[in-house]
Ligand binder design. Structure first.
Ligand SMILES: *Cc1c(COP(=O)(O)O)cnc(C)c1O
Length: 394
């Protein structure tokens, strides 16, 4: 089926994942778009050169491979257009810099991905942009924090590490009433389980490094916007020279084709492990929005259609040494920052020094899990023996 036929038939997301961003008959019938390596793009004559009258003019501005990925992500997000950036952080940086100028104010969620906070507190501050942080659970109360110069609300839900959920419809309404735009980091849910633009959010950001790639082998980011924001986003993209490599675009497109089947498995396995951990005496709290006792569960149920493989836990009565013994005993869980690949991960975190308005009231670190595509029984057995090692370390 041709891409435009698929779009006009309003097919389901699983079908979009298969059809988006490719038209085999544009390239000799081969199923996948080819990888265009290049820098120079030649013009056939001076008229075309002077008018820049052809689709591609310089590889930094886009190639058929980046266009294919951008088209696919745009279709998935239901947006006007997408720019692909060299990392998730580059996506955050480009999206914010597209909107703000000196003297402006950003309201950023306190449970933001930490490098986003660092961007605001250092580089953007240096350029005269002020940022303050809001309690991710304040909902419509965000209206009270709006300043005359607030131009952007930057949200992420669930929040990094602590998994705070945000009432996005209420936040969008308050921001728009004030004339501010809303950006949203959707890396956790992907457009499969939460569609930011359909909630009135203006800028949808994702670290393609995570689930889009899905195999822990690329760094990419994506920003998808509606038409009114497109010129500003594209300007920031072009001015900053934020291009990325065609092999990574190809791998992201390949990852995208299986996003739905992978996510479904991450979702179910993570939920099963989260429930199982909730029964363990060693665990005080499981921070997973799909669990009914999570404070943001109602929001998750109302706005999201699934959950990914990432959640956190708080230990019941363990020393820092015991938590480290637990982590060191795990054999199927790698320890590392980036998640969204096929493999399971466990990472200690302690946000107590990284928050402005929320608190981490635990005496010790929490642990964030990413549940991969391994057999759930094997993962439970691995966790079980690590709990034994933890008790032995006490
Ligand atoms: C990993 C991550 C990013 C940054 O992605 P990189 O590709 O590593 O720069 C941004 N937001 C969230 C929520 C992430 O987890």
């Amino acid at each position: 089926m041709k891409k435009d036929e698929a779009a006009s038939r309003k097919v389901a997301t699983d079908t979009t994942l298969v059809t988006a961003g490719r038209d085999p008959h544009d390239h000799f019938g081969f199923v996948n778009p080819p990888v265009f390596h290049g820098s120079t793009v030649l013009f056939p004559d001076t008229r075309t050169l002077l008018a820049r009258d052809q689709k591609y003019t310089y590889a930094r501005r886009g190639t058929p491979t980046s266009s294919a990925l951008e088209a696919a992500v745009t279709e998935l997000e239901g947006g006007y257009a997408t720019r692909i950036l060299p990392s998730g952080l580059a996506a955050i940086t480009t999206a914010i810099m597209a909107i703000v100028k000196a003297g402006d104010h950003i309201l950023m969620t306190d449970a933001v991905y930490l490098p986003g906070r660092k961007l605001c507190d250092t580089l953007l501050k240096q350029f005269g942009v002020e940022t303050s942080y809001y309690d991710p659970e304040l909902g419509a109360g965000i209206a009270d924090l709006m300043q005359p110069n607030t131009v952007l609300v930057y949200a992420e839900s669930p929040g990094s590490m602590t998994m705070h959920m945000q009432d996005m419809p209420a936040i969008v309404e308050a921001a728009h009433a004030h004339g501010a735009l809303v950006a949203f980091d959707n890396t956790w849910a992907t457009a499969l389980y939460f569609k930011p633009l359909s909630f009135g959010i203006d800028i949808s950001i994702q670290a393609g490094t995570k689930y889009l790639g899905g195999h822990s082998d690329i760094m990419l980011g994506a920003v998808t916007v509606n038409e009114p924001v497109w010129d500003r986003l594209n300007n920031a993209y072009e001015r900053l020279g934020m291009c990325s490599g065609p092999d990574d675009h190809f791998l992201a497109l390949r990852g995208l084709r299986t996003l739905s089947v992978r996510l479904e498995r991450h979702y179910q396995s993570a939920l099963e492990i989260a429930r199982w951990l909730g029964q363990r005496p060693e665990i005080k709290t499981v921070l997973h929005p799909a669990l009914p006792d999570h404070p943001g569960h109602d929001i998750w149920k109302r706005d999201f259609s699934g959950a990914s493989g990432l959640f956190s836990v708080v230990f019941a009565d363990a020393s820092e040494t015991q938590i480290m013994a637990f982590l060191d005993a795990l054999t199927l869980f790698g320890m590392g920052a980036s998640w969204g690949g096929y493999e399971s991960l466990a990472l200690p975190f302690n946000p107590s020094k990284q928050r402005s308005v929320t608190t981490w009231d635990e005496p010790v670190s929490g642990v964030r899990f990413h549940i991969g595509l391994e057999d759930v029984g094997d993962l439970k057995r691995d966790l079980d023996q690590a709990f034994s090692a933890m008790r032995a370390a006490g």
